[in-house]
Design a binder for this molecule. Structure first.
Ligand SMILES: *Cc1c(COP(=O)(O)O)cnc(C)c1O
Length: 230
């Protein structure tokens, strides 16, 4: 199958999952996760109608942004070091992986220099796994509160990577938990904060994530095929 065909299939599956969950399919946006893929693959995907691309590595993202001249919307979804924020400032329209205040402060500083605002999601390590990045569910509220005071950032929602992401039934309770946490934080009525976006669900479990309220699904393999790391 071509990238265009796989993209079409994933789009159809997303819509079907939304309808099955009694949701409006337009509420679920697809982030095509293009890490390790050459710019040519992204171009094929773009030409088939995809607009949002998610990248995990700063250098790779800047290289591809230089190669690809189409008006794609870049989302940064990987672990982000503060000293690298300056390389993606103004280039990405959303950062899904804000997990600490120091990182948010650097994003605030870099976007501020451009006179712009950056949309971010707070990444939550919902299962509390030692090996994963993300703030804990307990700390998420305090982090959202602190980030909400920074003028050049808007907190739009939460993101998570559950354990067992190839096992939708096992991942589903973590998606439900992220939704519950987002609703709880929104109910705090923090000025300027409404956590509408839930970034959750990957190739192996996006249907379960959509059933639990995902508004952004991050899908790589199902569109581009298996990754080949070199
Ligand atoms: C790689 C990656 C994905 C996509 O994973 P697939 O299983 O290829 O769909 C989603 N989110 C993050 C944060 C990733 O690093």
């Amino acid at each position: 199958m071509t990238i265009a065909e796989r993209l079409g299939q994933v789009q159809a599956e997303i819509r079907a999952a939304a309808i099955k969950a009694g949701r409006n399919p337009d509420e679920v946006r697809l982030v095509a996760v293009s890490k390790t893929r050459p710019a040519g693959d992204l171009l094929q995907c773009y030409q088939a109608g995809q607009r949002i691309f998610g990248e995990n590595y700063v250098q790779e993202l800047s290289a591809k942004a230089g190669e690809l001249h189409e008006p794609v919307e870049w989302h940064f979804i990987g672990h982000l070091q503060s000293n690298k924020v300056k390389y993606i400032a103004g280039l990405v329209s959303m950062i899904h992986s804000v997990d600490r205040l120091s990182l948010a402060e650097e994003i605030n500083r870099q976007w501020g220099r451009l006179g712009r605002r950056c949309d971010v999601l707070v990444q939550v390590n919902i299962a509390g796994e030692a090996t994963k990045s993300g703030t804990t569910a307990q700390e998420a509220l305090d982090l959202v509160r602190a980030v909400s005071l920074l003028p050049n950032i808007r907190v739009k929602g939460l993101m998570t990577m559950p354990p067992f992401f190839d096992d939708p039934a096992a991942a589903r309770p973590y998606f439900a938990e992220l939704k519950r946490l987002a609703d709880m934080i929104t109910a705090e009525n923090i000025s300027g904060v409404e956590l509408k976006e839930l970034s959750m669900g990957m190739s192996g479990d996006f249907e379960a994530a959509i059933q639990e309220g995902a508004t952004l699904v991050r899908i790589g393999t199902a569109i581009f095929g298996e990754r080949h790391y070199t």
